[in-house]
Design a protein around this ligand. Structure first.
Ligand code: AKG
Length: 153
């Protein structure tokens, strides 16, 4: 986990991806003027069978969180957060009929979480040796790396 000045090459890479044509709406603010864009990073390494429990990122992190998936694929599960899982910082009431979704993350994918997906849903990865994809069926897990970039409030 790193706080403060993050690796310049990493920030430049993420900046160039997020300002690419078609990705302008990936985050709900002007990426070119937010300073710092991110000042906290967490690098996770998952071995097959390892995941991360359902959580909403802490309130100390601002809205607009970016995750980079590397090396292998996984399924991330978004589920409506229960009141005890929610954090302050978002003043929109959850709707009672929200459903969870599974998001397939392949190497090179960039996940942007903001608003409801950041505050009203937990995200998690199951502790499993494989994922079940709606169309492709069973997929064995391989080691995966993720880099999550956030900004302290
Ligand atoms: C976290 O570190 O809080 C995450 O949710 C990581 C998610 C990922 O591995 O893509």
């Amino acid at each position: 986990m790193r706080f403060g000045n993050l690796n310049r090459e990493l920030l430049d890479l993420v900046y160039s991806i997020l300002t690419s044509p078609g990705l302008e709406d990936c985050l709900p603010f002007d990426i070119t003027s937010r300073q710092p864009l991110f000042d906290q990073a967490i690098y996770n390494i998952y071995l097959p069978g390892e995941g991360i429990k359902p959580h909403v990122d802490l309130a100390v992190f601002d809205d607009g969180i970016v995750g980079i998936s590397l090396v292998s694929s996984t399924l991330m599960i978004f589920s409506p957060a229960s009141p005890d899982q929610m954090v302050s910082g978002y003043d929109v009431e959850p709707t009672s009929n929200s459903e969870g979704i599974e998001v397939n993350l392949d190497p090179g994918d960039i996940l942007c979480m903001y608003g409801p997906s950041r505050y009203l849903f937990t995200h998690s990865i199951s502790n499993s040796m494989f994922d079940i994809l709606p169309e492709a069926g069973l997929r064995q897990r391989s080691p995966r790396i993720s880099i999550t970039l956030r900004r302290m409030v």
